[in-house]
Design a protein around this ligand. Structure first.
Ligand SMILES: NC(=O)c1ccc[n+]([C@@H]2O[C@H](COP(=O)([O-])OP(=O)(O)OC[C@H]3O[C@@H](n4cnc5c(N)ncnc54)[C@H](OP(=O)(O)O)[C@@H]3O)[C@@H](O)[C@H]2O)c1
Length: 288
């Protein structure tokens, strides 16, 4: 069986390639699809075959997917010059041309029901995947705990944090847990069509309190307006577009788009998922 991973040089993709390499038998093969082949070759050992994987060429992607049975299709990033949905269309055209048998796609929580600036591409991509007729599973990943480093660092460094998401809840989990789950889906015989992967739901206040507790810090935490939240990010040196993106995160969380969590991550990983406090300790580099 041949497994391929898109965006293999990224944080998610590189972890997935390495996990597959460790877990697969001698009869299986891992193929890293990378736009920068040299970078990928330097990242992975001899057991991984690296093939060109730039999303801008269906021909190249088609050649690189020859013989691939199962594809981990990691969603690309929103991009004004080369829209993410166009990148995704190229990946799917190539998968069809190369007769890939099965796709795991990393999607957005409840992509078919929510409506926010990040979910639209995922909803459309899920529809396109269904149209290809290729067997598939959607790994709808909730938020990574690592996304919250700006808030976590503020609590650690200043004992203070602000947010604008009100009492909105998030199903945070460590990125590596989502990677482990996606890699597991790739190797399952009959996975479900949709998995809503998340940790347990928590608020920003609970996150900040947990960070303060495990670092024995004092905490002042305050709900502010989106405008004040953005200004604080700019004051901390974040660029305009990053600050705007973080405001969008707060808005969709306030809206409840990440609150509806399920047990799927725990089921797929046989309950071997760190609890919230253990996850926070991991991102802080504090021993449990
Ligand atoms: N749920 C969440 O909380 C959450 C958080 C973060 C991200 N995400 C999603 O997860 C995805 C992967 O995240 P990540 O952290 O792995 O991102 P990342 O570390 O920034 O990696 C992005 C990968 O995509 C590749 N890439 C970018 N443009 C490409 C193109 N035109 N053609 C081919 N490859 C291209 C990059 O290649 P180079 O190495 O050559 O640059 C890199 O391998 C994101 O795109 C986003 O959709 C979800």
């Amino acid at each position: 069986m041949k497994f391929a991973v898109t965006g293999a040089t990224g944080r998610f993709g590189s972890q997935a390639v390495k996990m597959l390499q460790e877990q697969l038998t001698d009869h299986d093969q891992v193929i890293a699809l990378a736009r920068n082949v040299e970078k990928a070759e330097a990242m992975f050992g001899a057991g991984v075959e690296v093939r060109p994987g730039s999303y801008d060429s269906v021909d190249t992607l088609t050649k690189s997917m020859q013989g691939v049975d199962k594809l981990l299709f990691i969603s690309s990033q929103p991009n004004a010059d080369f829209p993410r949905l166009d990148q995704h269309k190229n990946i799917l055209s190539a998968a069809q041309n190369a007769e890939v048998q099965f796709i795991v796609y990393t999607s957005f929580p409840h992509a078919d029901k929510v409506d926010n600036p990040l979910s639209g591409d995922h909803k459309a991509t899920e529809a396109l995947i269904r149209e290809t007729g290729i067997a598939h599973t959607f790994a709808r990943n909730n938020w990574y705990l690592e996304n919250e480093m700006p808030l976590i660092n503020k609590v650690v460094n200043d004992g203070q944090a602000i947010y604008s998401a009100d009492s909105g809840k998030v199903g945070w989990a460590l990125e590596v847990e989502y990677v482990r789950a996606a890699v597991k889906l790739l190797q399952m015989d009959n996975p479900k069509e949709i998995y809503e992967f998340s940790g347990r739901a928590h608020t920003f206040e609970e996150l900040a309190e947990t960070v303060a507790r495990v670092t024995s810090n004092t905490l002042e935490i305050e709900q502010v307006s989106d405008a004040d939240y953005k200004q604080s990010l700019l004051n901390d040196g974040f660029g305009e577009s990053t600050a705007d993106l973080f405001v969008v995160f707060q808005q969709l969380i306030r809206n409840g788009d990440l609150a509806n969590v399920r047990n799927d991550l725990y089921e797929v990983l046989d309950d071997d998922v760190p609890n919230f406090e253990e996850g926070v300790k991991t991102v802080l580099g504090v021993e449990s």
